[in-house]
Ligand binder design. Sequence first.
Ligand SMILES: *Cc1c(COP(=O)(O)O)cnc(C)c1O
Length: 407
Amino acid sequence: MTRANRPIYLDNHATTPADPRVLAAMRPWWEENFANPGSVEHEMGRAAEAAVAEARAHVAELIGAEPSEILFTSGATEANNLAIKGAARFAAAQGTERRRVITLATEHKCVLESVKDLKAEGFEPVILPVRADGLLDLTVLEAALAEAPTLLVSVMAVNNEIGVVQDLEAIGALVKHHGALFHTDAAQAAGRIPLDVAEIRADLLSLSGHKVYGPKGIGALYVRRRPRVRLAPLFSGGGQERGLRSGTLPAPLVVGFGEACRIAALEGPLDTGRIAGQRDRFRSALEAAVPGLVVNGSTEARVAGNLSVSFPGGVTAQDIMAAAPEVCVSTGSACSSAEVEPSYVLQALDLPPAQARATLRIGVGRFTSPLDVDRAAAALAAAWRRAMESSDSNGASGDTPRTSAAE
Ligand SMILES: *Cc1c(COP(=O)(O)O)cnc(C)c1O
């Protein structure tokens, strides 16, 4: 493949490429020292343990936590399962009266399904709606908290489809006022917006390595120590990670994740400015070429790299993607985009199904160049025109998308 037609990657919500500095940091822990960081009886094991400790400190630093509050997991999916089910099972064993577990309709599936699974264990899952701009209405949360004793509230920091940033400080204050635990899935937020567990009063916070230019297959759960948050582990085993997550720590992945967090803490704010510029450049070019294009979700409370755009004229996102194969974007979250159903996140914003089906998620990242966004905007606009022509010849109707409330 020549340089001119190499794929343009604008799917940084699904995953980010590993930063070359991350790859370099990981390499010695695959090659020179492959020891188990639990093998503290010998020198190689102790060196691996020290590397893990340094990485843990970098992860903690990114969110204003103590290293001892970080548990490594296989990713944010596991961290979310451990936070939600672990907290509920521990509290149930203590005979808690608090049975309500609250989350949002727009959460990642691993949060939604973890909360719903707790019904079978005697809990009361409550799935709150969001406003048309994707943000949680605090009075809706307040009412849900006032209605019944609540054990835990899980609200994501940044949405993985529409990029909206929830007001975690206000949500955390409300949740703590009602004596519940506050968990946030921060997989899309880390390195993109400032995160401080004290400010947002999080008890539990989930992270993913491969969303912060780190390796895949590693993540972390922050578990507050003061006051101490107690969890029941999901796995039985050797008792690693303070007994909360048994299994040999993958030292190379841990080191890579730590390096990714170190870079994110240093360069995140710089990345954000550049990425926002790139995203706005893409948006202007696409809006100029596609009259009637709609941006979904709040434009103010939005993470820098994200755009969720609905195309007019009765075309589908699949038609556009098929006509612009060199552009790597998606119709929704990576886990569910194989489904023909329109995204449940867009449905939660009350988008008409036809508009949801004409929606693309664009994710600009650290390694996106101005040339990438120019080429992608031109390719998607041309693809839209072609899709319009073929749907016109099929006699499809040209309905215009509804404008999002935030616009
Ligand atoms: C990617 C993602 C996850 C899942 O993370 P993994 O590390 O891939 O398990 C969870 N929540 C959100 C918001 C995500 O974007």
